[in-house]
Design a protein around this ligand. Structure first.
Ligand SMILES: C[S@@+](CC[C@H](N)C(=O)[O-])C[C@H]1O[C@@H](n2cnc3c(N)ncnc32)[C@H](O)[C@@H]1O
Length: 391
């Protein structure tokens, strides 16, 4: 796969939608839906939840509108990456591990299967599950680096129970990478591999930059929580887009297929959330006011009760709030906002592609051999785009 060509294709595609993607539609109320896509979002609105969840998953929709079909087919092409084989045969030391973690570790284990006599640095290693499994019964040494000492403490206790010998082949380093300096590490083996499994926000660009400045042989990097990125974006020479944290938020949530039931729940939550904003807007509070974390059981209540709970200082009467909600025209507008948002969600994986390819190209520009692959089953672990780089 030619990374630069794919990146350019992705950039040109996103450029057209850059401003639409930069803010959630509700924050642009009452001008939330570009005219071009009004019919398209209406088409999505007419689908059953089961159909909609399939469309989100497969991007297959025989739309009445050729431009909409063309857009979906472009997305499919841009987000199509080679996939590594799923390897469920690897045996992990700890059988009580969560399914997602088990799958991720098995996949990384199989990528490194043929290699021994190396040490690795696992940045953002948490409780050290990956490290423990990679060194167990192998000629390898691992450093698991994390800022959270409580994770590391519980990891050590687990390893002591599983097989204390493994503590001779791995070391926990407690530090905030990017700010604290890394102590001089005694090399056990001459070959070094850098790992970052779901290294959130800036941690992944920091790891990539460390890899570039180190003498390490290889890197396996999988990012997540893109909305936490600060300035460490557009690393490569080709990168030109000004995507916002709001757009990165879409990337962080993308490629996780929802069941029809969870989609229905998501829509129900948005109905109340967006209706509250439209109601407050009518009362004169034009700025979007975040509700913070809400409780699922509050969506079982009437809208009037919900409005009093989440905007107690601004909503005086639950009857007036309920009357606003009951008006059919208000319901129609909010439905339109919701489906504009669902349409916008279709771009999430493309934005992730942009972020990941930018990082990959940066390394390619520095002379590394780089591949980008889907290494996990997206149903189990949707943040599955890995950068595999070698000297
Ligand atoms: C999403 S978790 C991933 C943990 C582990 N790699 C896994 O996949 O289970 C990210 C981890 O990175 C750690 N972390 C985040 N920023 C860090 C930094 N600057 N330095 C060290 N650790 C960091 C967090 O404490 C957390 O354990």
């Amino acid at each position: 796969m030619n990374l630069a060509e794919r990146f350019d294709q992705c950039t040109q595609f996103l450029k057209v939608w850059e401003s639409f993607l930069s803010r959630e539609p509700i924050r642009n109320y009452p001008n939330f839906c570009p005219e071009l896509i009004e019919d398209w979002t209406k088409e999505l609105q007419d689908k059953k939840y089961s159909e909609l969840s399939q469309i989100e998953k497969t991007l297959n929709l025989k739309s009445k509108f050729p431009e909409f079909n063309e857009l979906l087919s472009q997305i499919k092409t841009i987000i199509d990456f080679p996939k590594t084989q799923i390897n469920e045969n690897a045996i992990l030391i700890d059988q009580k591990i969560k399914r997602k973690k088990e799958h991720e570790i098995k996949q990384i284990k199989s990528i490194l299967e043929d290699q021994d006599e190396f040490e690795f640095l696992d940045f953002g290693g948490g409780t050290g599950h990956l490290c423990e499994n990679l060194i167990h019964n192998r000629n390898r040494f691992g450093f698991s680096i994390d800022l959270d000492s409580s994770f590391q403490k519980s990891g050590k206790l687990r390893i002591e129970k599983n097989d204390p010998n493994n503590l001779n082949k791995m070391e926990f380093l407690n530090l905030k990478f990017g700010e604290d300096s890394i102590p001089e590490l005694t090399q056990r083996y001459s070959k070094q591999i850098i790992l970052g499994l779901h290294a959130c926000g800036d941690l992944t660009p920091d790891i990539i930059s460390y890899f570039k400045n180190s003498q390490s042989d290889s890197l396996i990097s999988i990012g997540c929580c893109y909305h936490k990125l600060t300035t460490k974006i557009n690393l490569s020479e080709r990168a030109t887009l000004n995507l916002t944290p709001n757009a990165f938020n879409l990337a962080a949530r993308s490629y996780a297929p929802l069941t029809p039931e969870s989609l229905e729940l998501k829509i129900k939550i948005r109905l109340y959330r967006y209706m509250l904003h439209c109601f407050l807007f009518e009362l004169g509070y034009k700025k979007f006011i975040p509700t913070g974390k809400t409780r699922l059981k509050d969506y079982e209540k009437s809208f009037g009760e919900y409005a009093i709970i989440y905007a107690p200082d601004l909503v005086q009467s639950k009857t007036v709030a309920q009357a606003f909600y009951d008006k059919i025209t208000h319901r129609e507008i909010v439905q339109k906002i919701i489906y504009t948002d669902i349409f916008r969600g279709l771009f999430g994986r493309v934005i992730e592609t942009y972020i990941v390819l930018d990082r990959a190209l940066y390394l390619e520009e520095k002379g590394y051999q780089v591949e980008v692959k889907e290494i996990f089953d997206p149903h189990i672990s949707p943040r599955n785009l890995a950068i595999l780089a070698h000297q």
